[in-house]
Write a new protein. Structure first.
Length: 147
């Protein structure tokens, strides 16, 4: 079972309506996960299948909630506490409307130390990759050749 499938099952078990939970299950990196999740989100909005996304009038051209609303139309990105900063940066770079939640697992402190150290170079590497993706997307939107 992928992390996305496990997270979806957990949220549904907590009472979140299944139609309000989208899960990306095919990625192997954080950047790939966010790119796939963004595409899944956009496709779901286009088809109008997700009531939580649609309830504030969100659509492909207006995917975010109005300021001060209840958060409908936004993704919720959940990750480990040490990894959340990178996930937030990448989501913002990719233009993903999101809220964030960091999971804490006190019994996993050794992994958290190693993960925190690993995040430093990963933040820089992923930031450059994300900027390259956004530049290519922006060039395509303007009818230019990708950079």
């Amino acid at each position: 079972m992928s992390e996305g499938e496990a997270g979806r099952a957990y949220l549904i078990a907590l009472g979140v309506p299944p139609e309000a939970v989208l899960a990306e299950t095919a990625s192997s990196t954080t950047l790939e996960n966010l790119l796939n999740a963004r595409a899944l989100y956009r496709e779901t909005v286009r088809r109008g299948e997700n009531e939580a996304v649609r309830r504030d009038g969100a659509g492909p051209d207006r995917p975010t909630s109005a300021p001060g609303s209840d958060g409908a139309g936004r993704m919720l990105i959940v990750s480990s506490r040490f990894h959340l900063f990178r996930a937030m940066l990448l989501a913002r770079c990719l233009g993903i409307p999101a809220s964030y939640a960091g999971a804490v697992a006190p019994e996993a402190w050794p992994e958290e130390i190693v993960g925190t150290i690993r995040e430093v170079p990963a933040i820089y590497l992923n930031a450059f990759r994300c900027l390259a993706i956004r530049m290519t997307e922006m060039a395509g939107e303007n009818g230019d050749e990708p950079v």
